[in-house]
Design a protein around this ligand. Sequence first.
Ligand code: COA
Length: 166
Amino acid sequence: MPPLTLTRLRPMESRDLELVLGWRNHPEIRRYMYTQHAITLEEHSRWFERKSIDPDFHLLIFEAEGCSLGFINIHQIAAGGIADWGFYAAPDAPKGTGRRLGQAALHYAFAEAGLHKLCGQVLAFNESSVRYHLALGFTQEGILRHQHFDGQRYHDVVCFGLLASD
Ligand SMILES: CC(C)(COP(=O)(O)OP(=O)(O)OC[C@H]1O[C@@H](n2cnc3c(N)ncnc32)[C@H](O)[C@@H]1OP(=O)(O)O)[C@@H](O)C(=O)NCCC(=O)NCCS
């Protein structure tokens, strides 16, 4: 019998708060985010309370074979269906999870949410995410030089975009 390959996205709920916070605070995820301090459950809960009622935000959990394996945040930033996305796979997720998460996110963004463009901003030293965006079909649209200061150093930010028509 072939292995089950069932994936889905579902809205993040308050029961996911601790799981998602554990992923977000993991050193291998945190180091690639704009804010790199350890987030408290209180701060995380306040963030969720605000964003989960904001219609411009889609906070989603990626599930594969019934297990929660990643988080996706799609944020409509401009009229006409233009959105930013952010995401991370669970640190202990099997190799290949990112690709499946990305495919599910793109299907959701274009086929379900009806977006026109999805944009990703990646810290230039995050080579996995740069390669990942290219592998998903994103176009590199620019580099914002020294756009992020981490308290010690400036980092370039690589901008990616994918159109529904791509
Ligand atoms: C980015 C992330 C989702 C990729 O997840 P993953 O499960 O490792 O991804 P996959 O195994 O499905 O790999 C998909 C593609 O990503 C890229 N990639 C993943 N890991 C990589 C690595 N260590 N080095 C280079 N490219 C890598 C490759 O293009 C890969 O395709 P390939 O295997 O055909 O070369 C995951 O590493 C993650 O959550 N990182 C931390 C959070 C983060 O950086 N989020 C994005 C902020 S912009």
